[in-house]
Design a protein around this ligand. Structure first.
Ligand code: FES
Ligand SMILES: [Fe+2]
Length: 403
């Protein structure tokens, strides 16, 4: 992160802590209709126009370590396989054979020179080209060159892999905008996958994104962990184009420079401001990344139904030597599991009340305004004119979005 930006965020943190009245320039954040979280038509639009057209997080480039490394990816809604070609390129294809649509791999992950359909053994190269068709004599005018696996977009930014079903989508780097520039401070290429944790939650995916877009809850929900470390009175929030966001909450004075990670596992490229705060990036539509100096997680909210979400935590840490995951990283994952249990306990009951007939709109505070930014970005991605009547949020905060 650029030194000027660090200085500016520090200045704003102190201003926010010291104020005794609403901030200069603060505006009333308009409420959010409860029906946005339960409406099946809205959910169908989100599936089609957001998850079918956005850059979605898939992992770190090291998770496909060699030519032929592949893994299934079912996050877009369609079955996908991500594979590293013999030429070293990482590519994504629909996991759907061009013969009659059976999967070309049934393994979650592995390494192979060919992806071979288990139905009638059509077989594809790691670049997606159709290589072999048993009994080809039975297919009149067979043009193998036009029957490769159907590709999706797959791009890498600083080591982080994203896929997108929309072949006309803007390049990943343009989509990320300033977030991309700020995230490079973590030295993405030097990271390594630690492990994943999954939670099946009985609520709409936006309830989960909301929950990780504010720290207003930490005093009440995390009194024995996060609230001891962070000063929730000192916040700096940034809203960016395309729905992205940055949230910085200061550490308490006495703990600000206390090392939380042993020197062996510390990421030296992490800037001072991130060490002295918790700074997390919200990447639209469904990713929150609380950066840290040791192991940290990418929180991904995957809708499985209008009132069901899989929350996936994918953990990464600065690359270490050897195959075993260091205990320090496993310990951090365990500790976070406690925090997550506290975070997620309210979400299913909230969904139940949002689904009650005539549930009133949600009130959003100034420190929670990233929630509104996220919802407004959902509307913009769908197209406000396509939304069911009465479900759109206001555009009142549009002027606060940084280019
Ligand atoms: S469906 Fe794949 S070979 Fe027949
Ligand atoms: Fe929390």
């Amino acid at each position: 992160m650029q030194p000027e930006l660090q200085t500016e965020v520090r200045r704003q943190l102190d201003l926010d802590r010291d104020r005794t009245s609403p901030p200069a320039g603060g505006i009333a954040v308009p409420p959010i209709p409860a029906q946005r979280y339960i409406d099946p038509a809205m959910f169908a639009l989100e599936r089609e126009r957001i998850f079918g057209r956005s850059w979605l997080f898939a992992g770190h480039e090291s998770e496909w370590p060699e030519p032929g490394s592949y893994s299934e990816y079912v996050r877009c809604g369609a079955p996908v396989v991500i594979v590293r070609g013999e030429d070293g390129e990482l590519r994504a294809f629909y996991n759907s054979c061009r013969h009659r649509g059976a999967p070309v791999t049934r393994e979650a992950c592995g390494t192979a020179r060919r992806l071979t359909c288990q139905y009638h053994s059509w077989s594809y190269g790691t670049d997606g080209e159709l290589k072999a068709v048993p009994d080809a004599r039975n297919f009149v005018d067979l043009d193998m060159s036009s029957l490769g696996l159907v590709p999706l977009r797959c791009e890498i930014w600083d080591g982080w892999v994203f896929v997108n079903e929309d072949v006309d989508a803007q390049p990943l780097i343009d989509f990320l905008g300033p977030i991309g520039d700020q995230m490079v401070a973590i030295n993405g290429p030097g990271m390594r996958f630690v492990g994943a944790q999954r939670h099946d939650l009985a609520c709409n995916w936006k309830v989960v994104v909301d929950a990780f877009s504010e720290v207003y809850h930490i005093r009440t929900v995390h009194p024995d962990n996060a609230a001891l470390l962070y000063d929730d009175q000192a916040l700096v929030l940034a809203m960016f184009a395309n729905g992205h966001a940055r949230l910085t909450v200061d550490k308490r004075d006495e703990l600000r420079d206390f090392p939380m990670v042993s020197p062996e596992y510390d990421n030296p490229s992490v800037p001072t401001l991130w060490r002295q705060t918790s700074t997390s990036f919200g990447i639209f539509p469904n990713l929150v990344v609380p950066m840290d100096t040791g192991a940290f997680t990418f929180l991904c909210m995957w809708p499985t139904d209008v009132n069901r979400t899989e929350l996936e935590l994918r953990w990464y840490a600065p690359a270490w030597v050897g195959d075993e995951v260091p205990d320090e990283h496993l310990g951090r994952m365990d500790l976070f599991a406690t925090v997550m249990a506290q975070d997620t306990a309210n979400l299913a009951p909230m969904q139940a009340s949002l689904g009650a007939h005539g549930a009133p709109p949600l009130q959003i505070g100034w420190h929670e305004r990233l929630i509104h930014h996220f919802h407004r970005s959902v509307d913009l991605a769908i197209g406000a004119d396509r939304l069911p009547p009465g479900l759109a949020v206001s555009d009142a905060l549009d002027g606060l979005v940084e280019p």
